[in-house]
Design a protein around this ligand. Structure first.
Ligand code: ZN
Length: 137
């Protein structure tokens, strides 16, 4: 199944836990793996405690790891100047697998699924969710 989200780009971080949980519920799968993926080379999917302090911390650290101001070869070659977006995506990865037990995502109390848009412009993104039933279920 799929759903769409609109982002502001520039490290926009969006909690998608409820959207993914809804899809899992509809699937009826009780035990297995939930794969969440976004086809794109300038985005990421991870887990974190979704609270404003940590969101700012993550943005700050990402800016240190792959700064926007860096001189990227990608910009010289293509002119779209989002080299920092691609590097962040390569490091964080645009997909995530979460185990399913008793029909629920196995996540910690303070662990949410976050979608990150690193691009240098607002984007429409399609998130793909694959619910895979365990053979022992
Ligand atoms: Zn690019």
């Amino acid at each position: 199944m799929k759903f769409k989200i609109s982002t502001k780009g520039f490290n926009d971080i969006i909690d998608i836990t409820d959207r993914v949980s809804e899809i899992l519920e509809k699937s009826g799968v009780k035990d297995g793996i939930c794969l969440i993926s976004c086809p794109g080379s300038t985005c990421g999917i991870t887990t974190l405690e979704y609270e404003s302090g940590l969101i700012e911390d993550l943005k700050k650290i990402l800016e240190r790891i792959a700064p926007m101001s860096e001189d990227y070869e990608h910009c010289k070659k293509w002119g779209d100047c989002n080299g920092f977006s691609h590097v962040r995506s390569a490091l964080l990865k645009p997909f995530l697998a979460v185990p399913i037990e008793n029909g629920k995502l196995v996540l910690g109390t303070w662990q949410q699924i976050a979608f990150l848009d690193f691009d240098n412009r607002p984007r429409e993104r399609e998130i793909i969710v694959k619910v895979i039933k365990s053979s022992s279920d």
